[in-house]
Design a protein around this ligand. Sequence first.
Ligand code: SF4
Length: 409
Amino acid sequence: MAFAMAEITAHERKQDAGECARSASAWAASASIGDSPISREAALRFIHCSDSELPHLLAAAKAAKEKFKPGTITYSRKVFIPLTNLCRDYCGYCAFRRDPGENGAHTMTPAEVLEVAKAGEKLGCTEALFSLGDKPELAFPQMRETLRKLGYKSTLQYLEAMCGLVLRETSLLPHPNPGLLSAEWIGRLAAVSPSMGLMLETINASLLSSGAAHDNAPDKLPAKRLHTIEEAGKQQVPFTTGLLIGIGESLEDRVDTLLAIRDLQERYGHIQEVIVQNFRAKPRIPMRNWPEPSLGEMLRAVAVARLMMPGMNVQAPPNLSAPYYDDLLDAGINDWGGVSPLTPDFINPEKPWPHLEQLRRRTEAKGKQLRQRLPVYPEFVPQVLSRSGLLAEKLQSALAPDNLAREAA
Ligand code: SF4
């Protein structure tokens, strides 16, 4: 079901604000939306809601966000460090990965890592987002050779060293996204980064079947990803995860993916952020002709995420919903994710981030203040500070009094 968000907002704007608020609260009451997280049944109903119901769903989600974190939208000012774009998986929607020898294939040297991090530091960045393919050395002898020359046995060992380098030599805090991790590696990376992430993406294991999005992507087996997120929970590592919509999953799968994340949060309390990311078609990917989810689908997914998890941080990347990205604020997000003033989005290179000043203007136009946060969210800062050593020291020196980022002048 595709429709233009502009039509919704035009319709909403025509209504008297008081009347709209009254009808939204009457709808919320009739839909049994209170302060508690909504049930699976309610989430399924809402994710299927009609266009005429959508403004009410959005109003309920926006109200839930305002109860959770009133008046503020956060973002993390980051540099993107694509440590290696070699990957042993072949996801159908991925424009990032390369095989060895392919045009653009690259593993960064320590000097390149430091150069990007220092340039970001000058621009007031506080996050070094390490993105990389999943264990490429298991598939490619060329990567084993690259690592040997660099002095490391595995990509994760190299990542650990580069997180340590950035932590020692700059004021940036590393946030690694290296794919599946064992309990041991979660512990090792947690010593050099205050938070880390792994997108669950979807709970639907049938997407690994022939011709589907995760065909030939063994690391995308949902059970393996849930296991990594759970191990991080056992070690109380602040963790970012989320779902990817529009890759062949059903609306029911979207709800069940959010439920799985909520379940992990209820058991371990370590999920610091839930990302709702929409698939975008790109020229060089296998799924280049796959239909993109509409903005309406995206807004429903975000609003349902907010109502299922009213007390959790919900994020959606602005560059993937441009030019209507500020409509995501109406669906209950409280964060824009990482936004770089320096490096492009290497995962979606054709979709540049909005300029920070534009992001601020459009956030303020919705009546919200834009604040810079660190890669670790404020409510998770105390547990990282309780670890001793360089990581806690660096985190402490980057903090504002309210545990957001001490902003650059
Ligand atoms: S999405 Fe991640 S795991 Fe999949 S191919 Fe790209 S880099 Fe590899």
